[in-house]
Design a protein around this ligand. Structure first.
Ligand code: FES
Ligand code: FES
Length: 206
């Protein structure tokens, strides 16, 4: 039994109380989870929804391995409580691939430039790169390096990572549609019935 659950039972004279429901809109689908207010967005993704692409490195906001987009902005999901992510559009690395399997230009560029070794930092690097290209911060290499400095790579693949991001930025400048991720409009088309189905599927995830 968790400390939280034990404390809840003490507070309620032994009766169990259910954790609150939290609705998260992730990669265009709504998931409703019964999780405590202390659960981080990263743990909700990895441990409750089986979306293990976002990695847990430091858990302290220092490595960037857990980077996801919240309303298009980069956040360290280990520092965001899941309840604070309600009603926001969350995009994870899993949400970058199109339905037909086409990779996002940043993902393809990382492959083209061999921009990873162990790969642990790679999802966070890619999510940061997607956002900063969208912010128009990838044109200048010094600025690009500065804005990627929150994403650490213990394998030392930084040179190839920067080359990959520059290639992707050039491609996206020529063809912005190639960089489309899940849109808020798509998220709003999710019906309550679909949300219940999604939640049921997520509950079956390992
Ligand atoms: S795991 Fe979130 S910043 Fe390191
Ligand atoms: S590729 Fe290993 S930590 Fe970056």
């Amino acid at each position: 039994m968790t400390d939280t659950l034990q404390a809840s039972r003490h507070a309620t004279g032994g009766a169990e109380i259910s954790p609150p429901l939290v609705s998260l809109r992730i990669n265009g689908s709504v998931h409703t989870l019964a999780i405590g207010p202390e659960v981080t967005l990263l743990d909700a993704l990895r441990e409750h929804l089986g979306l293990t692409g976002s990695k847990k490195g430091c858990g302290l906001g220092q490595c960037g391995a857990c980077t996801v987009l919240m309303d298009g902005m980069r956040v360290n999901s280990c520092l965001v409580l899941a309840v604070r992510a309600e009603h926001r559009d969350i995009t994870t690395i899993e949400g970058l691939v199109r339905d037909d399997g086409t990779l996002h230009p940043v993902q393809q560029a990382f492959i083209d430039h061999d921009a990873f070794q162990c790969g642990y930092c790679t999802p966070g690097q890619i999510m940061s790169a997607v956002a900063l290209i969208e912010e128009g911060r990838a044109a200048d290499e010094a600025e690009l390096r500065r804005h990627m400095s929150g994403n650490l790579c213990r394998c030392g693949a930084h040179a190839n990572i920067i080359a990959a991001i520059r290639q992707a930025a050039e491609q996206i400048a020529r063809s912005p549609e190639a960089a489309r991720t899940v849109t808020p409009e798509a998220a709003r088309t999710v019906t309550p019935e679909a949300a219940r189905n999604t939640t049921a599927q997520a509950g079956a995830a390992p």
